[in-house]
Ligand binder design. Structure first.
Ligand SMILES: C[S@@+](CC[C@H](N)C(=O)[O-])C[C@H]1O[C@@H](n2cnc3c(N)ncnc32)[C@H](O)[C@@H]1O
Length: 251
């Protein structure tokens, strides 16, 4: 699914690295920040769980997984405006569809996606929905849940590979509230005692070790940060080593 911060383009390189941590003894694969599910749909594991704090996003992914034929193929600008201004009148999955698949750059209600060529009204929405429909069969074996990473049942998650594609520090927020970075570092450190915790970010505190990196170009403003050299970024994958007995301490 088209999504702000999608890992689809990097998935060819990232998926094999993550997959190498999943062995026959792995109890499950968890993505607490599943977003457009552009990584989890390619990972092979018997037990895959994807969570996200965005209610309408999870409702849309579940709809795509279970009832893809009941999703419309096109969204007009008139429908976009109607749903945008009356969200509570519509089902969550439909608000998700309009909010993500009818907008410029897949940004949540970020303005109706008009086509440059302007061949017909809704052309861009057709492309976004086609992309979601193509992805849908690969969501069949994924359990999708709406929750914050902070509400996950820690005691039940042992022997998992946990891949965290968090909103990058310093980039556009996905929701209005700021992401709790310090709490996340502590949580990841704690989870790493019984699981393998992998994290995508540009920079992480010292206890997290970089195991993969690649120079990329940030295309959208949302991925840019003041002080960037041009739009070059170094995408990194970190592992959290709780083995060394280090407990995360901000200072
Ligand atoms: C970078 S995106 C994930 C993109 C995804 N890997 C993809 O390829 O489509 C980060 C996601 O984290 C979610 N998020 C932000 N805060 C969260 C929280 N506290 N708990 C769970 N998810 C959260 C956002 O809604 C967003 O979907």
């Amino acid at each position: 699914m088209w999504y702000v911060g999608s890992k689809n383009k990097l998935s060819k390189e990232l998926v094999p690295v993550i997959q190498s941590y999943i062995t026959k003894d792995t109890k499950g694969y968890l993505e607490p920040f599943v977003g457009g599910a552009n990584m989890i749909d390619k990972i092979k594991c018997n037990n895959k769980i994807g969570c996200d704090i965005h209610k309408e996003l999870i409702a849309l992914l579940n709809k795509a997984k279970n009832e893809i034929d009941n999703i419309p193929d096109i969204i007009s600008e008139e429908t976009y405006n109607e749903v945008k201004n009356n969200k509570s009148k519509y089902e969550d999955w439909y608000v998700g569809l309009v909010g993500f698949c009818a907008t410029f750059g897949a940004k949540w209600f970020g303005g109706y996606a008009r086509s440059k060529a302007d061949k017909y009204n809704g052309e861009k929405t057709v492309m976004a929905i086609k992309n979601l429909k193509k992805q849908a069969p690969n969501l069949k074996d994924v359990k999708l849940k709406n929750c914050s990473f902070l509400d996950l049942p820690k005691d039940k998650i042992k022997g998992y590979v946990i891949y965290c594609d968090i909103p990058y520090r310093g980039t556009t927020k996905y929701k209005t509230e700021a992401f709790p970075y310090e709490e996340f570092y502590k949580w990841a450190n704690e989870m790493a005692k019984d699981n393998t915790v992998l994290i995508s970010e540009y920079n992480m505190p010292k206890i997290f070790k970089c195991i993969w990196q690649k120079e990329t170009k940030a295309n959208f403003d949302s991925n840019r940060k003041l002080g960037d050299e041009g739009n070059k970024r170094v995408e990194k994958l970190f592992v959290c080593n709780a083995d060394n007995g280090y407990i995360y301490d901000k200072n």
